[in-house]
Design a protein around this ligand. Structure first.
Ligand code: HEC
Length: 480
């Protein structure tokens, strides 16, 4: 097979696909790929056409070869999520096969599309997918089973079964390879950069760096192989991690001992400290000091948000906002259970509208504010949040590492631990990856606390109890 060229028109086609998507999204009551929009016989024909005209570049498992992108899996689905089947049809028809665009009859493209839908786990139905974009424009590609991007969908505040959403993911707990002699410590801090590299801050092979000289901030290649580490001697309890638009690695230290801790670091990718917020070893809720900084988030405009206060029943429980220059701008948050109050603000994320989502852990809810601290609403349907991540399509991923039945720490009866995936626009939960701990009531934490999702929809969960970073990919062919 010859090495595929990169299509020059791809960017333009995608841009126009985006414009189309805005139009198709607004149509209320439209169908989605879950409604059985092709027939089994059509997908069968499509498989054969695919084998003749597409497989040489895109592979028998639709996983892509070289520059020919995958046509299945999390990356493919998340990049088409929210667009219409017409957009994908036109993309295929006008640019593929790459060496002979538009060379097949429209019906053949429709057949291939049916096969691609089937392969990705969307169900067959009674009528065939037609070969005309006009008739395909009202069918939305919805990777998360009906919820992720429906702007007018009703909010599911209290789902009938909070653990009932399907799990379309497969887990790989062994993806990251540490150098010989180094073991992963407890971690709640993971992120990926623009090169697909994975960054983890662990607690120095244990659950504290207080007395360790090990480097807790580790970089791994996109293949999971260890590249380098830094940060030795600077941390007590690495807790939150954020990778900003410049691939700077921000890490919070949520504990302190005399001389170190209670700080937020900004590193460049080489490990150079570019900035610190807070004062080393000074645990205090001030304008330039933190008590227990849990999480840091850098907004697209450069404003820096820090969530401060890790201990229930103890002040502070606040969000501190700094300007892009690192200067204190404002803070908000009083401790308590009332709407707008916080108790252990453990995680931070922002949606495309600039709303700040705070993992209000001890209150078993996400509390949502505008960027200046005005309280907007609270969501309980994602469980007891330890970590929150929102992707560019406003798909929200929330870890619950603490819900348990007994009265006391983590009390949240009826809720299982795990990762809930849904929409930051509608608040609906669409997927649930259950934690694998057989006896969660026995311990305070299990499963992922920290969470990051790469642009291909691959989830990384950082685990305190299991001392691991687990990688989750969407299983091809598995319905959510
Ligand atoms: C000669 C190799 C080649 C053949 C044959 C080929 N493709 Fe592609 N395809 C590519 C390359 C390279 C890309 C990535 C460059 C681009 O985006 O145009 C791509 C991208 C795509 C994309 C965009 C994926 C995305 O998520 O952005 C789709 C869809 C696609 N191909 C479908 C098909 C279909 C359907 C066929 C068969 C009718 C086919 N391709 C045949 C090389 C090929």
């Amino acid at each position: 097979m010859s090495r595929p060229r990169i299509s020059r028109i791809a960017a333009g086609v995608l841009a126009s696909a985006g414009a189309l998507a805005v139009l198709t999204l607004g149509q209320a009551g439209g169908r989605t790929v879950w409604n059985g929009v092709y027939t089994a016989a059509q997908a069968e024909r499509g498989a054969q056409t695919y084998a003749s005209y597409c497989q040489g570049c895109h592979g028998a498992q639709l996983s892509g070869i070289g520059e020919a992108k995958p046509l299945s899996g999390a990356g493919f689905l998340s990049s088409w999520n929210g667009l219409s089947v017409a957009d994908l049809f036109e993309r295929m028809r006008t640019t593929m096969p790459q060496d002979a665009p538009k060379s097949l009859p429209r019906e053949a493209y429709a057949d291939i599309l049916a096969y691609v839908l089937k392969f990705n786990g969307f169900p067959a139905g009674q009528s065939e997918l037609p070969g005309r974009a006009e008739s395909l424009a009202d069918i939305r590609i919805d990777a998360f089973g009906g919820a992720a991007l429906a702007p007018t969908a009703a909010r599911a505040e209290t789902p009938a079964d909070p653990n009932g959403a399907p799990n379309p993911y497969v887990a790989d707990p062994h993806f990251l390879k540490l150098p010989a002699g180094r073991t992963m410590g407890s971690t709640s801090a993971v992120g990926t950069d623009s090169h697909g590299h994975i960054w983890v801050a662990d607690r120095c092979g244990a659950n504290s760096c207080a007395k360790s000289a090990l480097d807790p901030v580790m970089e791994f290649g996109a293949d999971g192989r260890f590249i380098k580490a830094f940060g030795g001697g600077r941390f007590v309890f690495p807790h939150g991690l954020f990778v900003d638009a410049h691939d700077h690695i921000w890490v919070t230290d949520a504990q302190s001992v005399p001389g170190k801790g209670a700080q937020v670091f900004e590193f460049d990718a080489s490990g150079k400290v570019l900035r610190t917020l807070g004062k080393a070893g000074v645990s205090k809720a001030g304008p330039d000091t933190f008590a227990e900084p849990n999480a840091v988030f850098v907004a697209p405009g450069g404003a820096i948000f820090v969530a401060d206060g890790h201990t229930e029943g103890k002040d502070p429980a606040r969000i501190v906002k700094f300007g892009p220059d690192g200067r204190f701008a404002t803070q908000w948050g009083t401790r308590g259970p009332a709407p707008g109050q916080l108790e252990v603000p453990h995680a931070l994320a922002m949606d495309s509208k600039g709303r700040l989502f705070v993992g209000d852990r001890w209150n078993n809810r996400i509390s949502i504010f505008d960027a200046n601290g005005k309280f907007l609403e609270a969501w309980s349907q994602f469980g007891r949040p330890s970590g929150v991540f929102i992707d560019r399509n406003d798909v929200i991923y929330v870890t619950d590492s603490e819900s348990r039945t007994p009265v006391g720490y983590g009390h949240h009866p009826g809720w299982k631990r795990g990762i809930r995936v849904g929409s930051a626009r509608t608040g609906q939960v669409a997927a649930f990856i259950p934690d694998t701990d057989p006896n969660p009531d026995a311990g305070a934490t299990s499963g992922a606390e920290g969470i990051w999702v790469d642009p291909h929809g691959v989830i990384y969960g950082a685990q305190v109890e299991q001392k691991a970073v687990v990688r989750y990919t969407r299983a091809p062919g598995r319905s959510p």
